[in-house]
Write a protein that binds this ligand. Structure first.
Ligand code: AMP
Length: 232
């Protein structure tokens, strides 16, 4: 593994809904031994547990809109506080607005940490639609795709044997809203992180292994270049 561990130990996966942030994030987190923090998964867990946060978030999620920044920032702060200090983190689905990005910087600064690499996963909308409509998730967080990565038994998680879920917000109308919300609220983060010199672009059209290889190389290559210029 290239030397991604040296600076910050924080990777952000950025990209439109359906681009593969969840699948790639789980794998990268596993390989690095870092926490994979998906705010969508945290919200869905809150929803299943029937907490106040879950109930509040539900109407936004079902509509394909973003949950308000204040709610998300509190959720992420609380989650980070529960991790082992200094543990590396792969963020998936957070930050989704410039305000969230700035709040994340403020949350990390007291520990002397910062986002090290932002990997922008990029694929055309036609590919995203197929990925989203074929997506099925297990309650434990493992994500399948009926076209590209099916479970061994139809509708059942290979790892836990639980029934797979077709998310309500993966229905076509909601997907269109989510893609529009991405363009308006989240795409500005591309320029935001590019200006900081920490953005890497990863082609995400290929199959899972190809995209992972590209992500791995981009994250590692960025770290090597950064280390060469900063000595860190
Ligand atoms: P995801 O699983 O990342 O696609 O997230 C599913 C839904 O959860 C989104 O469509 C939003 O409604 C909500 N959500 C997840 N992460 C965020 C975030 N960082 N900011 C606002 N809303 C979020």
């Amino acid at each position: 593994m290239p030397d991604v561990k040296s600076a910050g130990r924080i990777v952000v996966l950025l990209g439109a809904p359906g681009v593969g942030k969840g699948t790639q994030g789980v794998r990268l987190g596993r390989e690095l031994g870092w926490a994979h923090v998906s705010t969508g998964d945290l919200l869905r867990a809150a929803l299943r547990d029937g907490t106040r946060l879950g109930l509040e978030a539900r109407r936004y999620m079902d509509a394909g809109e973003l949950v308000p920044d204040g709610v998300m920032i509190d959720l992420v702060r609380e989650h980070l506080a529960g991790l082992e200090p200094g543990r590396g983190v792969v963020f998936d689905g957070f930050p989704r607005t410039v305000q969230q990005a700035e709040a994340l910087d403020r949350a990390l600064a007291p520990e002397g940490r910062a986002v090290g690499v932002v990997a922008l996963l990029d694929a055309p909308e036609s590919v995203l639609f197929k990925r989203i409509s074929g997506r099925r998730s297990s309650p434990g967080g493992r994500v399948y795709n009926v076209y590209f990565d099916p479970p061994r038994r139809d509708g059942i998680c290979d790892e836990t044997g639980e029934p797979l879920i077709h998310r309500a917000d993966d229905q076509p109308d909601t997907v269109r809203t989510r893609l529009a919300v991405y363009q308006k609220a989240t795409a500005p983060l591309i320029g935001h992180y590019d200006a900081k010199g920490i953005l890497v672009r990863v082609g995400a059209e290929g199959d899972i292994d190809q995209v992972y290889a590209a992500l791995h190389a981009a994250v590692g290559g960025h770290r090597a270049a950064h280390a060469a210029t900063t000595g860190r």
